[in-house]
Ligand binder design. Structure first.
Ligand code: 2M8
Length: 466
């Protein structure tokens, strides 16, 4: 056979594999579809999680922009009076012993004057604000598809824009009373990277008081308990929830007395990128003049905050413990925050890429595929199978891929996309993966994993503006 035919055959096989993977991703999203919202994973996570829903919206946009819009509108239907978007909206239909801490544990949140009507109950924490990025993605897909979906998508943007503005406003005020440009979190769950070593030092300082015994339903849904946070971690998580409830979920009370108060650079960087998306949405919906200046100021403040967290020796940003008054030194993917925020100087970009490709991350010789481990194998506390302490997470790969594209690094972005897709073709739509063996860990059929896979597979031709 000629080498030309050989090449054509290989290209066809690769295309066939991508088509199959996309079909499987669609199936996962349909299977987890609850009508106008999507459960994060069938057994382990039977509720609606905030940043999961944003990533899910990005994937759903390729199935139906109308359904994708509904996903975000359903979540924002439970926005708090302060503008906060809760990290979980509890599914009233889920069996009572399916997730802990469930709705009854959080019912107190409904007592806050700022809480939305319940049921359904919500938690009173929040998670990284990927939502404006997702809303803009719905628009980009609708615009590419053309037809009546375009008007519908514009109407959706008009509906969601004031809610997004309120949400970002909440983060820029209540979560940054210092005006530092960095978002304060009250609980590792707010970071979305729950047991990351970047929280170890701050968590170690939290003294756990009397705690009634509580169930670990999560351990029933993983092959091995080592894949989930330890009981010492969980005690602290539940203790922090108890303190937040005791403070009536009130921001001023929490800020005054809470033992875990940390500036999260990944959260803050996502907010900068989300504010860039919000600025584009503002133009699309012809927002009032003052909004542009307001959002542009938020963006500038976010960049200043990230600049101040830069560690030139590591070539990464560091989180900051407000209680201890010290930076939290840890080699984790969160350190790539300025890449995610965008618009960095050429020198900063070069340093970030050098760190990304170093043996601490993509260049580590034991990696099965060149996709970044959530925590560097060189970091104390790294564990290849334990949740956010080492496994690779497809949604983080998506964020980095998208950021590399925005940074004008299409070849690097493409390599990351290819490696991520190879991992998913091998392992399935797992929650996370062992970076050395590629083994699927955590939940099967995780919705946000299927969603980002779908975006990678069908969004090749989408114009992503820098
Ligand atoms: C994980 O977090 C929840 C608590 O919020 C848990 O472990 O029970 C994290 O990976 C978080 O980022 C994610 O949003 C959530 C649902 O997928 O699961």
């Amino acid at each position: 056979m000629s080498s030309k035919n050989n090449l054509v055959m290989r290209a066809e096989t690769a295309l066939g594999a991508e088509v199959q993977l996309a079909a499987r991703a669609r199936h996962v999203l349909r299977q987890n579809d609850m009508g106008d919202w999507t459960c994060a994973a069938p057994n382990l996570y039977p509720h609606q999680w905030s940043w999961d829903s944003a990533f899910i919206t990005i994937g759903l946009a390729h199935l139906s922009t109308r359904r994708a819009a509904k996903e975000l509108l359903a979540l924002f239907g439970h926005q708090w009076g302060t503008g906060k978007v809760p990290h979980i909206v509890f599914n009233s239909e889920a069996p009572p012993d399916s997730y802990f801490p469930g709705p009854e544990h959080w019912a107190c949140a409904a007592a806050s004057p700022d809480a939305p009507p319940a049921p359904p109950y919500t938690s009173c924490l929040c998670q990284p604000p990927v939502h404006a990025i997702a809303a803009l993605r719905v628009w980009e897909v609708a615009e590419r598809n053309g037809g009546e979906g375009v008007d519908e998508a514009r109407a959706f943007l008009r509906q969601i824009y004031p809610k997004l503005l309120l949400w970002h406003g909440y983060l820029m005020t209540h979560r940054d009373p210092e005006g530092s440009g960095l978002v304060t979190i009250y609980h590792p769950w707010e970071s979305g990277t729950d047991n990351s070593p970047r929280w170890d030092a701050a968590l170690a300082a939290v003294e756990v008081g009397d705690l009634p015994s509580y169930p670990r339903y999560d351990l029933r849904h993983v092959a091995n308990p080592s894949e989930r946070p330890t009981s010492a971690d969980y005690d602290r998580y539940i203790w922090l929830v108890k303190l937040i409830k005791k403070a009536s979920c009130d921001e001023t009370n929490i800020y005054r007395s809470h033992p875990f108060l940390v500036k999260d650079i990944l959260f803050s960087a996502i907010l900068v990128a989300a504010n860039e998306a919000l600025l584009k949405i503002a133009a699309l919906v012809e927002a009032q003049d003052g909004d542009y200046t307001l959002i542009a100021n938020w963006i500038a403040r976010g960049h200043r905050g990230l600049d101040g967290s830069w560690d030139p020796e590591l070539g990464l940003c560091l989180n900051y413990d407000l209680r201890a008054g010290t930076p939290l030194r840890a080699l984790t993917v969160a350190g790539f925050a300025p890449l995610i925020a965008g618009r960095q100087s050429p020198e900063r970009l070069e340093a970030l890429i050098a760190a990304l490709e170093s043996s601490a991350f993509l260049g580590h010789p034991w990696l099965r595929w060149p996709v970044p481990p959530s925590t560097s194998p060189l970091q104390v506390g790294f564990h290849p199978r334990s949740y956010w302490r080492g496994p690779t997470w497809p949604v983080i790969n998506w964020l980095l891929w998208w950021s590399l594209l925005r940074a004008g690094e299409p070849e690097r972005a493409q390599r990351l996309r290819q490696a991520s897709l190879q991992q998913l073709a091998f392992g399935g739509f797992g929650e996370y993966f062992d970076p050395f063996t590629g083994e699927l860990l955590g939940a099967n059929d995780q919705s946000w994993t299927a969603a980002v896979a779908l975006d990678w597979l069908v969004a090749d031709d989408l114009l992503i503006a820098a």
